[in-house]
Design a protein around this ligand. Structure first.
Ligand SMILES: [Zn+2]
Ligand SMILES: [Zn+2]
Length: 267
């Protein structure tokens, strides 16, 4: 029996100062991708999450739309546009109140994606292939490093592949780690070539990819960040109980309260 696939797309809606930018190009590319993906197997499921500096919210779920209706393109477009606009409007107001521009809540979106995959897996009567695709535009918030790594390890354990499509000129070393550790694809592109890359690299499922030449994730920076300063470090101290990383010696682990009984002078 042919396996069907479950895909969650996480759309990063940062940077906040560009909230008024036109997202039409991204939305059009996503509509075509959603059409093709859900049309390629009657039971394929696609969920779309939006992540901003304040929150992450579901923007679209193919289960809530009649994908056989002749008006489905209009329905998908209406649903996406309405939800993205409402999410951006909420954040703009909040930002004005708080006067801050933060990082996007990719980790929160990753957690929701993993829950979605768990629910769908429990409902499914047959084996499903699971993937998460992150459309990333902003810098990664290093304070979310541990939570993100926990999500990546959970995804690894459940054989969920994490793909990353980086929209912009700079790389994200943490998302590179996510793609590399979960066996996914990391690709950098611009908005104009988004649709081409979505259809070429991110459309094929895990099984089909074994017969294709896919982009290789290279030059992955596997360094970690300390919990105390959120700095990327080469060498640090690690708690042997909870694996929390520190850049300098601490007598008691801030996370699990374990007391370290070594002689500090010998460290
Ligand atoms: Zn530190
Ligand atoms: Zn600890």
């Amino acid at each position: 029996m042919q396996e069907f696939s479950l895909l969650t797309v996480i759309l990063d809606l940062i940077p906040a100062e560009k909230y008024n930018e036109d997202h039409t190009n991204i939305i059009n590319s996503l509509i075509t991708f959603i059409q093709a993906y859900t049309g390629s197997h009657s039971q394929n499921v696609l969920g779309l999450l939006g992540a901003t500096c304040d929150t992450s919210k579901w923007l679209f779920n193919s289960r809530q739309i009649d994908m056989e209706s002749q008006y489905r393109i209009l329905q998908i477009r209406d649903e996406l546009t309405k939800n993205i606009e409402s999410l951006i409007a909420d954040i703009s107001e909040n930002l004005m109140e708080k006067d801050i521009i933060g990082f996007s809540r990719i980790t929160s979106a990753l957690c929701k994606s993993l829950c979605f995959h768990n629910v769908e897996k429990l409902k499914a009567k047959e084996k499903i292939q699971s993937r998460i695709l992150i459309l990333s535009t902003s810098d990664f918030d290093t304070s979310q490093y541990i939570d993100t790594m926990n999500c990546i390890f959970s995804a690894q354990k459940d054989n969920i592949v994490i793909d990353v499509c980086r929209l912009g000129k700079t790389d994200s070393s943490f998302l590179k780690q996510a793609a590399s550790l979960s066996g996914g694809i990391y690709l950098k592109c611009n908005q104009e070539s988004l649709l081409l890359n979505l259809m070429t690299h991110f459309f094929p499922d895990n099984l089909t990819r074994t017969n294709l030449i896919t982009p290789v994730v290279d030059n992955v920076d596997f360094r970690t960040t300390c919990v105390c300063h959120q700095k990327v470090i080469d060498l640090g101290y690690i708690c042997s109980v909870c694996l929390t990383v520190y850049c300098s010696f601490v007598p008691i682990c801030h996370n699990c309260r374990t007391k370290f009984s070594f002689d500090k002078k010998r460290l």
